[in-house]
Design a protein around this ligand. Structure first.
Ligand code: FAD
Length: 448
């Protein structure tokens, strides 16, 4: 359906909008360009207008207008998502939430926030009272909390607290519906699952309540190893060392560290490093464990200095892919979860089986109480067919792949949309206006 921009612009009077086509195109993008499969599929997909509500009342007004004119709606935080989650597949209105950045309140262990609050801003405030986010993506400097909950999965801190979708990592959220008369719905307890990781198609999140973790002074450490499997086993052992407080255990197979230009002096060619964030109080226990695995500590930054300059964390999680792609744009990636198995047999098998074509990057996290190797392997891309073959082989061997090369929810990590989310979707978005085309199950219901 052709969208009448004049009607929309008039209807949005009093709310900040952006109509400049170059700006609108920019705000229709995210980081799906990491995928050579997604890039051509999403090329040229742009919204018609961007609206930037400043408060919930304005969100209600925007929702009413979009419902009235049956216009597709794509909600957006900072646009750092990797699967084209905030690329509008059928044009329409882009709702940019970044003006809603109020920290509503902070209490020991809990924060209530507007959806557009940047993660780094929250951490800064929370640290003032001794707390911090339990986990954050490596994009924490720019990403919003609404975007993280709707589109992210975990990150720095997940070695302690698990994934974002784990019970207890999101306490409450509040959404505006896309009904003829939009309502505000607050979900608490297990009900939050109706919206968690729904890729922006289950209502416009305006506020959230998340638990916080105690803010330790985190030291940054690089340890190098002569061989990859020993480095990986060290990572597993540190993960298993329950007395040691840590926030990050990332392991890179050579030659990945060559892409980290700023860290060259700490990582000689050919070695396999572990990047760690460890509470300063646990640092004294580290050399013993390092020695046991024959590693060498080549870099150690105390917490006070870790705050200055680039954080080590900004070379981990999907930032490793970003750095590699800066050097070689033919590199893409996988998102994997290996089975929890302290012997790391399957990791070792894949490491040898694919050699240099699939370069191993492990991120240890806690899954159902067990220290588990997640992985964001770097893939030297040749064809889509070969990429699918690599994915299939992993799945056949028992590695779960959350495919980052699709914009369809059911083809990604989710595999299915859970029925509760579907039921909620039918209630909050009866006309199927929220980024239609993201789901196979949900029909594009715009009829006139
Ligand atoms: P956006 O990209 O703007 O949005 C993400 C999704 O949420 C979209 O579907 C959007 O429609 C929806 N959405 C946004 N705001 C709302 C709202 N208010 N209401 C309803 N829906 C909404 N992710 C991780 O989980 N862990 C990582 O470690 C990680 N590392 C990354 C590293 C790099 C270099 C890059 C490019 C990405 C990485 N990501 C990671 C992905 C992404 O950065 C994070 O998930 C981030 O939290 C997304 O926040 P955002 O504000 O940019 O969301």
């Amino acid at each position: 359906k052709k969208i009448d921009l004049d009607i929309l612009t008039t209807a949005f009077a009093g709310i900040e909008t952006i109509a400049d086509p170059a700006q609108v195109a920019k705000l229709s993008q995210d980081y799906h360009t990491f995928s050579p499969v997604l890039a051509p599929k999403l090329e040229g997909k742009v919204g018609d207008i961007v609206v930037r509500p400043a408060n919930e009342q304005e969100v209600l007004k925007v929702a009413a207008i979009c419902a009235k004119y049956r216009v597709p709606v794509t909600v957006r935080g900072a646009g750092t998502g990797n699967y084209g989650q905030c690329v509008p597949l059928h044009g329409g209105v882009i709702v940019d939430m970044t003006r809603m950045h109020e920290i509503v309140w902070l209490k020991p262990g809990v924060a209530r926030l507007e959806a557009g609050v940047k993660l780094a801003a929250l951490d800064k405030q929370a640290r003032g009272i001794g707390w911090e986010m339990r986990m954050a993506p490596s994009t924490y400097r720019t990403a919003t909390i609404g975007g993280f909950i709707a589109g992210g999965s975990g990150g720095i801190g997940s070695i302690q607290y698990g994934l974002l979708s784990d019970r207890g990592n999101l306490l409450a959220l509040r959404v505006v519906t896309l009904e003829d008369e939009p309502r505000i719905v607050e979900l608490r307890g297990d009900d939050v699952r109706k919206v968690n990781h729904a890729w922006g198609i289950n209502g416009i999140i305006t506020q959230l309540e998340i638990p916080l973790g105690p803010a330790y002074p985190w030291a940054e450490v690089i340890i190098t190893f002569e061989d990859f499997i020993t480095a990986a086993k060290f990572g597993q052992a540190l993960g298993n060392a329950d007395g040691m407080i840590k926030k990050l255990i990332a392991i890179f197979a050579s030659p990945i560290p060559q892409y980290f230009h700023a860290l060259q002096e700490y990582i000689p060619e050919g070695v396999h490093p572990a990047f760690l964030m460890v509470a300063e109080s646990s640092l004294e226990s580290l050399p013993g464990l390092v020695q046991q695995y024959g590693g060498q500590i080549t870099y150690q930054k105390p917490a006070q200095e870790a705050g200055k300059g680039t954080h080590l964390a900004e070379f981990t999680w999907n930032h490793a892919t970003l750095h590699a792609r800066t050097v070689d744009t033919s590199i893409t990636y996988l998102q994997s979860m290996f089975p929890a198995d302290s012997s790391l047999q399957l990791v070792e098998h894949m490491y040898h089986y694919f050699g240099d074509e699939v370069m191993m990057h492990l991120e240890f996290l806690r899954v159902n109480g067990k220290v588990t190797p997640g992985a964001l392997q770097l893939v030297r891309y040749t064809t889509e067919e070969r990429l699918n073959e690599i994915i299939r082989y992993h799945e056949e061997q028992g590695v779960q792949i959350a495919n980052p090369h699709t914009y369809i929810i059911e083809d990604s990590g989710r595999k299915v949309i859970d029925s509760e989310q579907l039921k909620f979707k039918e209630m909050v978005d009866p006309y199927g206006l929220m980024n239609p085309g993201k789901s196979k199950v949900l029909q594009f219901k715009i009829t006139s």
